[in-house]
Design a protein around this ligand. Structure first.
Ligand code: TXA
Ligand code: MG
Length: 345
């Protein structure tokens, strides 16, 4: 199969809709990351998503809609969801709902809940409207690779496995949506993303909890609330280690770890804030972006992680940001890239 990348115009959108309606796959941009879509109500089509990505069958998918009426056929609606949909849809918030029978088990990996989101990206909306049906879509990467934030990333991972990539440029948020569980008692964030804990608490007027494994590895005796948390993810081939502590200790430690590894013949680099690039300029550095702009760090993070593989890095030391606001989502992805290895300087 040849993979075409097309700009989103009337003719590529109608081709995309035709592919989806016939049970095929299309990669499309959203404000978070690119998705790999198929008709959510067609089990065969959904199975082909898992095959194209090499994704384990027990990791459920998010169903994408463009208007709320589409919820009627796929799920029940808990009351608590309404103010959240009013505040954050369309946008980077995925909600779990009790699923209806129309949703095939392959979408939810047999779970009684279905994850739903309404993306705000104009191309995603036009694509979903043209399809006229709910679209199941995970991130459009090979399983285990960082999520794609450009059409070129999708091509890198899925060339020959998807007939069409709609090119909407680079994704604004750059990290996947927040996944919020409202079905099991108190609201709980299973995956932090563009809609932050603080923003959710402002609307719900009560505390929102965090799934245990967001900033540490899942313990052996622990079940993953979100199956995706079990898997190695966002992981470059290099050994990544996070370094935290006061700046006056972190910078010298980064330099000495880097020197130790390069002296031992390893290809190494440092992920640092743009403010520190000059102080570390004797080392190979990649900038995470400015320390004072965590949303810029989020926007670039997956591209930076992909660059580590392109440059065949073997060891990487990274600065950290406070796990607040969008910083929580950044530290969740960086933490997982590092298998939560952290040195305190
Ligand atoms: O921003 C996003 O959410 C992107 C774009 C394309 O919309 N999609 C995305 O999908 O990141 P994916 O499949 O890469 O991640 C979905 C996450 C996984 O961690 C999965 O385990 C979790 O959502 N999930 C899906 N359905 C679930 C359910 N019923 N219960 C718990 N977790 C669920
Ligand atoms: Mg994914």
């Amino acid at each position: 199969m040849r993979t075409q990348i097309l700009p989103p115009d009337a003719s590529s959108l109608s081709l995309a809709a035709e592919l989806i309606q016939q049970g095929g796959l299309v990669a499309f941009p959203t404000e978070t990351v690119y998705g790999l879509g198929a008709d959510a109500l067609n089990p065969e089509a959904v199975r082909s998503i898992f095959a194209a990505k090499g994704r384990p069958a027990d990791n459920p998918l998010i169903v994408h809609i463009f208007r709320r009426e589409q919820l009627d056929s796929i799920c029940d609606l808990p009351d608590a969801a309404v103010p959240l949909m009013d505040a954050f849809w369309p946008g980077p918030l995925t909600l779990l709902f009790p699923k209806k029978a129309a949703v095939p088990d392959v979408v939810t990996a047999g779970l009684p809940t279905v994850a739903v989101r309404m993306p705000s990206h104009p191309v995603a909306q036009a694509f979903l409207a043209a399809c006229g049906l709910p679209v199941a879509a995970p991130s459009a990467n090979r399983s285990g690779r960082p999520s794609p934030t450009t059409a070129a990333h999708v091509l890198e991972d899925l060339s020959g496995n998807v007939p069409l990539i709609l090119d909407g440029g680079s994704c604004e948020v750059g990290l996947e949506s927040t996944v919020l569980d409202l079905c099991h008692g108190e609201p709980c964030i299973l995956r932090p993303g563009g809609v932050t804990k603080e923003m959710l608490e402002d609307v719900l007027k009560k505390p929102v909890s965090l799934a245990g494994s967001i900033l540490r590895p899942l313990r052996e005796d622990e079940t993953a609330l979100s199956p995706g948390m079990r898997y190695k993810h966002y992981a470059p081939k290099a050994d990544v280690t996070l370094v935290d502590g006061p700046e006056e200790n972190v910078l010298p430690l980064l330099r000495s770890l880097y020197t130790r590894d390069t002296d031992a013949g390893k290809k190494s680099c440092i992920l640092c804030f743009s403010e520190h690039a000059e102080a570390l300029s004797v080392c190979r550095v990649l900038s995470l972006g400015s320390k004072s702009e965590p949303s810029q760090i989020a926007h670039r993070l997956f591209d930076t992680l992909r660059q580590l593989d392109e440059e065949q890095m073997e060891s990487v030391y990274s600065e950290v940001i406070p796990p607040e606001g969008i910083g929580l989502a950044v530290m969740n992805r960086l933490g997982r890239a590092a298998a939560f290895r952290m040195i305190h300087a």
